[in-house]
Design a protein around this ligand. Structure first.
Ligand SMILES: [Zn+2]
Length: 811
């Protein structure tokens, strides 16, 4: 009740002061907090304010979402600052290069990154209105950037769902449907990606566009507004351990100062909150850490609420939590943050300059060597982050990522060099260092992400700054003609995979070599593609289709004037197989993980560009599986026996099942699948009772929260085409499986510790001699086991070809 009174009091003040400019409630036609506003209404209100305050507010659209909704930010400041916005931006960005301290503070407030954490966009409207109408004094030296909604598709999915299912009037009983979302729901964006895990990897359209704009501004303070479970009090900074070692004392201290300012307002209202717990600062792809590694005070604020809360809900304490309460809290911390910026303009600028000044790091250059396409994929990522790089050739010595000791990186090819003698030094260290220092293993996210491993590149780290040139590895694009017998090309990157799907979709016949061979004095490995004129005699536009694909994916094809090879199998051999264009389905709904399903969905549509049919759990049994060549089981925890039986019948008749992550443990219970889970339970007998208070720490012995392991690769297995004998796998759980009798494509041998990241002692033992990727026959069909998820968050670039091989190469 107290909350409500305060809120009305706030509204009243605001209405009196603002006079003829409409408050959110007046504009929307309902009292803020009594309905969820749809995204277009929010945009309309921002546009309305920009019209009312043309001197103080400037809108900047920065893109659209997958579903076509608009993305924009609003710059709010004094008349003078808005008039000089470009000059202020320029001066601020120069501070990064030359360590100066200009006189304006920049605060960036990001709302609603998580779709169903939908209070924050509502709060943004109240906050911007208050700043424009009442808090003008703060704007003399402060620029506030409002992003009203980072994730409009996720927000509208929730809001439209809620509006469809809510009771009238809304029902605060948590058992009512309005508090229980359906399957495709929750925090993520259209493709079920968590945008608060995507700042560093920018796999999603929304992130790519936003991070680009963010890097043009690099604010002093960034806030990411969230919600957590309904029974949690409010969370704000300072954050919890583990914190990355690069985080400066100033960044920590100022988080605390901001937290104390919030506490002052919360204490006055008698509101509960907590700090220094749960939300740590390590994984670099969050909306708090990414800004921190770019010199900002990055923070996460968490209100209790989320998809369960609706317009009101009864909590465990028998309190009624309303949307109005939730708005009031985010509104309060938003304003308090701007106040802190306005009162600390000089310190923020001085410290920002220092952050971008010289930093002492153990390693100062990262030198990477490998396939041109993989180097290219990595440089695309670096470009989004404004990270500078160069190239070099010749022999270099340093800490070798593969063997974890000082060695030469000696191949004579062109190498990518990323050094710390640039403004983005800190981000470079965080993304490239071989091992991230962990101050505490209690973190709720992955503890390893080092980019040389993720991109499958050979790499050394050295303390020296390596001299570079601008000569990127060059491509010689092949011109196709109709006279040549055929063309051959290598197979080792996602660009190669996209090249293949472009041809298959255009009905071009492509063959794959199951054995290495030599032609024109050049050796081709297993998995190399062979495109023959004779196979495509039916295609009138064969030359132009092939030319288009070659140019689009900058492919270097080797012309073959004959099918007679210098060594290995001739093109007419049984070992040179025609690649089929499989019809592929993926299971969704039911107990399928929405996140893993989203990774599969996004992979097909946005990365591989190949069609996938989404079969829902609700009608799966009525679908004739015989229409499909491949069925993908994303992670799931339940599959009914009768359903598994129909899947087995389909496999025996020639189907190929790809089982990912924990869906394997569902298959494991069925004797027809030979996969066996390694049992850690035997070791579980209690040796010595542990005190109650350390139970969480005991629990983590059994877990792996994202660690990198060195795995062996059987390069003769079709799943492994395009790989060499080592693969760095990102392990996301402690689950482990015994070797298969044969067809172990990738596996962890002997006793292995992770190369990087945390693995609990018991979980670690289970990984010894365990399967990563493998396959087995069942009748005329095949099962592919993918214990680790190569599509995880879309960023483990070097794992993706295993998945592609499972689709096209393995028969
Ligand atoms: Zn959230």
């Amino acid at each position: 009740m107290r909350y409500k009174l305060l809120f009305f009091a706030l509204l009243f003040t605001v209405i009196c002061v603002a006079q003829n400019v409409k408050s959110p409630s007046e504009f929307l036609g309902y009292e803020l907090g009594t309905h969820f506003s749809r995204h277009h209404q929010v945009i309309a209100y921002y546009e309305y304010l920009a019209e009312q305050f043309p001197q103080m507010m400037k809108l900047k659209p920065y893109g659209t979402t997958y579903e076509g909704r608009e993305l924009l930010v609003a710059f709010v400041s004094s008349d003078e600052n808005i008039h000089n916005l470009e000059a202020i931006q320029k001066e601020h960005m120069q501070a990064i290069e030359n360590g100066t301290s200009p006189g304006k503070a920049i605060v960036w407030l990001s709302y609603n990154v998580h779709g169903n954490e939908s209070v924050s966009t509502e709060a943004s409207m109240q906050t911007i209105y208050e700043v424009l109408t009442v808090k003008k004094d703060w704007l003399a030296n402060t620029i506030v950037v409002f992003d009203p909604c980072i994730n409009p598709d996720g927000r509208d999915r929730y809001v439209n769902w809620y509006n469809s299912f809510k009771n009238t009037p809304n029902n605060v009983d948590i058992n009512s449907k309005e508090h229980h979302e359906g399957w495709l729901s929750g925090r993520p964006n259209h493709y079920m990606f968590d945008l608060n895990r995507d700042w560093a990897w920018v796999t999603q359209k929304e992130s790519k566009q936003r991070v680009k704009l963010y890097n043009e501004w690099l604010p002093h303070i960034h806030v990411d507004f969230h919600e957590q479970g309904i029974n949690n009090p409010y969370y704000f900074a300072p954050a919890a351990e583990p914190m990355h070692e690069v985080i400066t004392d100033w960044q920590k201290d100022f988080q605390t100062a901001i937290g104390k300012n919030h506490a002052k307002y919360f204490d006055k209202e008698g509101w509960l909150y907590f700090t220094k717990e749960v939300f740590d600062l390590l994984y670099p792809s969050y909306g708090d850490t990414y800004p921190i590694y770019n010199g900002s005070i990055g923070m996460t604020y968490e209100q209790g609420g989320s998809g369960r809360a609706g317009l009101g809900v009864i909590t465990a304490n028998k309190d009624t939590l309303t949307l109005k309460d939730r708005i009031a809290h985010h509104y309060t911390t938003g304003l308090s943050t701007i106040e802190m910026a306005a009162n600390n303009v000089k310190a923020l600028n001085d410290e920002f300059g220092k952050f971008y000044g010289h930093r002492d790091f153990e390693y100062n250059s990262y030198v990477l060597s490998g396939d041109k396409d993989k180097i290219g994929a990595l440089t695309h990522l670096l470009d989004v982050h404004s990270i500078k790089y160069g190239f070099t050739t010749g022999k270099l010595r340093g800490f070798n990522y593969k063997d974890q000791k000082n060695e030469d990186l000696s191949e004579n090819n062109t190498k990518l060099v990323v050094s710390t003698n640039q403004p983005k030094a800190t981000l470079v260290k965080v993304l490239f260092e071989p091992q991230t220092k962990l101050s505490d293993s209690l973190t709720y996210d992955i503890t390893a992400w080092s980019l040389p491993y993720a991109y499958g590149l050979d790499a050394i780290a050295t303390g020296n700054i390596v001299n570079t040139n601008t000569n990127a590895p060059a491509y010689t694009i092949t011109s196709i003609n109709n006279a040549t017998y055929g063309y051959v090309t290598d197979w080792n990157s996602m660009d190669d995979a996209r090249f293949l799907t472009a041809l298959l979709k255009n009905k071009i016949n492509v063959r794959v070599a199951e054995e290495p061979f030599e032609i024109n004095g050049k050796t081709f490995n297993r998995g190399s593609l062979i495109i023959l004129k004779g196979d495509n005699a039916h295609k009138k536009d064969y030359v132009s289709i092939l030319n288009d694909a070659v140019n689009k994916y900058h492919k270097e094809l080797t012309p073959a004037t004959s099918g007679f090879v210098d060594s290995g199998k001739d093109f007419g051999s049984d070992a040179v197989k025609m690649i089929k264009s499989p019809k592929i389905a993926a299971l969704s709904g039911g107990s399928v993980s929405t996140l893993n399903f989203g990774e599969v969905w996004h992979f097909f549509e946005q990365q591989l560009h190949y069609p996938v049919t989404v079969l829902d759990d609700a009608y799966f049994d009525r679908v004739d599986l015989a229409e499909y060549d491949i069925l993908i089981l994303p992670q799931l925890h339940n599959l009914e026996d009768y359903r598994l039986k129909s899947i087995k019948d389909w496999i025996r008749a020639g189907g190929k099942l790809i089982a990912m992550g924990n869906s394997i443990s569902v298959l494991e219970n069925d004797d027809d699948f030979s996969i066996v889970e390694k049992d850690g339970k035997k070791n579980d007998s209690i040796q010595k009772p542990e005190p109650y208070a350390i139970s969480t720490r005991e629990y983590i012995k059994k877990t792996i929260t994202g660690a990198i392991y060195k795995a062996k690769v059987d390069t003769t297995h079709p799943l492994a085409y395009g790989y060499n004998n080592i693969y760095y796998t990102l392990k996301l759980s402690g689950d482990a499986y015994e070797f298969l009798e044969s067809e172990n494509a990738v596996y962890i041998e002997d006793t292995q510790k992770p190369l990087a990241g945390f693995a609990g002692s018991e979980a670690q033992k289970l990984q010894n001699n365990s399967l990563v990727f493998g396959s087995e026959d069942m009748g005329r069909g095949k099962i592919v086991y993918m214990v680790d998820d190569p599509l995880f968050r879309g960023f483990w670039e070097n794992g993706k070809l295993f998945f592609v091989n499972a689709l096209f190469m393995l028969e």
